[in-house]
Structure formats: C-alpha cells, structure tokens
Write a protein that binds this ligand. Structure first.
Ligand SMILES: [Zn+2]
Length: 248
C-alpha cells in the first residue's frame, strides 16, 4: 500500500503532512484492498475470478471510491502496460457504461479505472438504441459484466440542443431521442437551454428514462436483473465538482 502511495503525484518533499493524510484515507479510498476493485492484489487487469467474486453493489462501491480518489487528486498507481499485457488474452470487465461523448466526462478517468475494467458505450446525450442494447447484452450476458450504468452529466450540450430544437444533419435524429426527457421534466422555472438548472434537470430525467428504456427494450438485461445477476442504474457527473452522483 505504501509503495502505491509513494508514487502518487501529490507526494513531494513538502508534502509529508499531505502524505500522512492520504495514508489515513487509504482504506476509505480503496487502496487498502490493493486495487480499483475488491480483491485485486496489484495493478494488472481484472481476472475472471476477481470479477465473478464481486456483487453488483461492490462494483458500484468500487466506482464510487475511484471517483473519490479522482476528486482528491490521487489515483491508483497503475501501470497501463501491465494492464495491457494482462488483458490481451481475455477481458473480464465488471460493468458496462453508457456515457456521453463529452470530452470532459471520460468515465475511466473520473472513476480512476483502468484497461479491462469496464465496457464504455459513448454517444452524445447517453441515449440508448438497438446497437447500444446489443452491446450491453454482449457485455452482460456473454462477457459477464454485472453493472449497467447510464451516466449523464451537467451542462450537457446534447441536452441543450434537444431543448433548443437544434437541427443539423444526423444530429437532428439523435436529439429527437432526448426530447421525450425534455417534455417529461417537471420544472417550474424558465425552460430554456440558458437555464443550467433546467438543463441539469433534463439530464437527470434523461438518465432515468434511459434506464427504464433499457429494462423495457432488452428482455435479456431485464431477466438478468430480475435474477439478481446484474444491476441497472444511473448517475450524473457534475462537471464543476468532479463528483459522480449515483442514483442507487
Ligand atoms: Zn453531454
């Protein structure tokens, strides 16, 4: 554990106090278990046994801890080359995410995840369609992922575009998938893209509706969830605070 902390970017000659503080927080941040996900002994990629030993709730907890590390400016002392080599022969990701293409919301970075940890479907506005559902069904039914996480974010340009009825080539059709969330959002104030509170309320509703649509449109995933094999849930990433707020 100390070896990992010694390589953290915030430790320097003047950072003794900071180092001690971080060492104290190590358990809470998930370092004590040795890795991003419970039971991992070192920086290599997840094995099937490690992934299969975790419950969906434990996987979500590990992602929450990873986001805490990100917000504290620390990160797991990972070696991407080791992860690349360890995962080359096979992958056992713990979760499949549906996230926005926004350059400021890279799930692996903001939750301190590595190569082989998650599948990540990215599309503007994190909306589902048959291809996304097919990807998720592959991830969970065939590859063994145990969490489906739809993660929207604050100040989302796609949400703003849907509110504004923006039209551009193929983007028009994509934004049409978000518009039901605009209409379904209960909001007493100004319903415009200039009102960030409304934009974020729609983003929240859009995640809720996408989670519901995944259950409805994918009997494969719904059955896995009914059996307790997977958990389907949502989250919102706050661009200003760096926090990922999980719905459950
Ligand atoms: Zn976005």
């Amino acid at each position: 554990m100390c070896n990992e902390l010694e390589h953290l970017p915030h430790r320097d000659a003047s950072g003794r106090r900071n180092f001690l503080k971080m060492a104290g927080a190590a358990t809470a941040l998930g370092f004590a278990s040795g890795g991003v996900f419970t039971g991992r002994a070192h920086a290599d990629a997840l094995t099937r046994a490690q992934r299969d030993s975790m419950t969906p709730e434990q996987i979500i907890e590990a992602m929450k801890k990873g986001n805490k590390r990100f917000r504290m400016g620390v990160r797991k002392n990972r070696n991407y080359l080791n992860e690349q080599k360890a995962s080359a022969a096979g992958q056992y990701p713990a979760a499949v995410l549906l996230t926005c293409i926004d350059s400021r919301a890279p799930a692996e970075v903001i939750m301190d995840l590595g190569i082989g940890d998650i599948f990540n479907c990215r599309v503007a506005g994190n909306v589902e369609n048959n291809d996304i559902l097919g990807s998720m069904e592959f991830a969970c039914k065939l590859a063994g992922a145990k969490v489906v996480l739809v993660m929207g974010h604050t100040a989302c340009g796609a949400i703003k575009g849907a509110i504004d009825d923006a039209e551009l080539g193929n983007l028009t059709g994509l934004l049409a998938r978000i518009k039901p969330a605009v209409q379904a959002t209960t909001y007493a104030g100004e319903r415009s893209a200039k009102n960030y509170h409304f934009v974020d309320a729609v983003a929240h509703k859009n995640v809720e509706m996408t989670v519901a649509a995944i259950r409805k449109d994918s009997p494969v995933l719904a059955e896995l969830e009914a059996k307790g094999a997977i958990k389907i849930t949502g989250a919102i990433y706050n661009l200003e605070t760096g926090a990922v707020e999980f719905f459950g």
